[in-house]
Write a protein that binds this ligand. Structure first.
Ligand SMILES: [Fe+2]
Length: 236
């Protein structure tokens, strides 16, 4: 199968002279079909022209965008008074469909200014076709109510739900420690150990991990029961 998956780091691979982007350390992913040369971009933000330049240099054809969640460092918008490029600039340069969780679409519209007609709303379990590749949308609430991860051919793009050695914050608006516990234990923790993990930020000493390694070494998987988890999250 011709899966195409590239990991791009803000401040290094695009947005190269942007110190704020470097500090936030967002990963953007390009996911698609290497044979059909079709791809979608996951969480385009910070330097949309730079991301498009990369895609064109790879001779891939951008056919859509996938959104993990509505925070401005992932979709563009205002953050700490700083205007981040994102989905609205993507639409002006490359008018493609934007795939979001139904529960996240209001937030995406509010933060980015895109309209309902630009968005394709999804439920957990939906699949998006990119050429002959299928990306399965896993609803993983907790960091935000409509957070979703993308699973394609044994590769998980996890947004801010699961990091290498950590997991997403639950103290921002719409966050829920209990929902995150369920997402980690009932959804992501049930994926095969060999599933490759591609997180939404470069917060660790390595850029990629596996579900099996995280279940062994990540404190977010090493809590016995919801009660222990809630007290752990309360101490964050
Ligand atoms: Fe986030």
């Amino acid at each position: 199968m011709g899966l195409y998956l590239k990991q791009l780091l803000a401040g290094r691979d695009f947005a190269k002279n942007d110190a704020f982007a470097s500090g936030m350390a967002n990963f953007v992913y390009v996911l698609g079909d290497n044979e059909r040369k079709e791809c979608m971009v996951v969480d385009p933000a910070w330097d949309v022209p730079g991301i498009i330049d990369f895609i064109e240099s790879e001779e891939m054809n951008l056919v859509g965008a996938l959104v993990t969640h509505y925070h401005p460092d992932h979709v563009g918008g205002d953050l700490f008074g700083y205007k981040i490029s994102g989905l609205s600039q993507l639409l002006s340069l490359k008018p493609v469909r934007i795939h979001v969780s139904r529960l996240e679409s209001e937030g995406v519209k509010l933060v980015t200014g895109v309209s309902a007609g630009d968005l394709e709303e999804h439920e957990g379990g939906d699949e998006v076709e990119i050429g002959n590749i299928r990306a399965k949308l896993l609803h993983t609430p907790g960091h935000t109510p409509g957070s979703q991860c993308f699973l394609a051919d044994g590769n998980l793009v996890s947004g801010d739900t699961l990091f290498i050695g950590g997991c997403g914050r639950v103290d921002l608006p719409g966050g829920s420690a209990e929902d995150l516990y369920n997402s980690l234990t009932q959804v992501l923790g049930r994926l095969p150990d060999e599933t490759m993990l591609y997180p939404g930020h470069d917060y660790a000493s390595m850029p990629v991990s596996t579900i099996g390694a995280e279940k062994k070494g990540n404190y977010c998987f090493r809590v016995s029961g919801l009660e222990g988890w809630m007290s752990l999250m309360g101490r964050q």
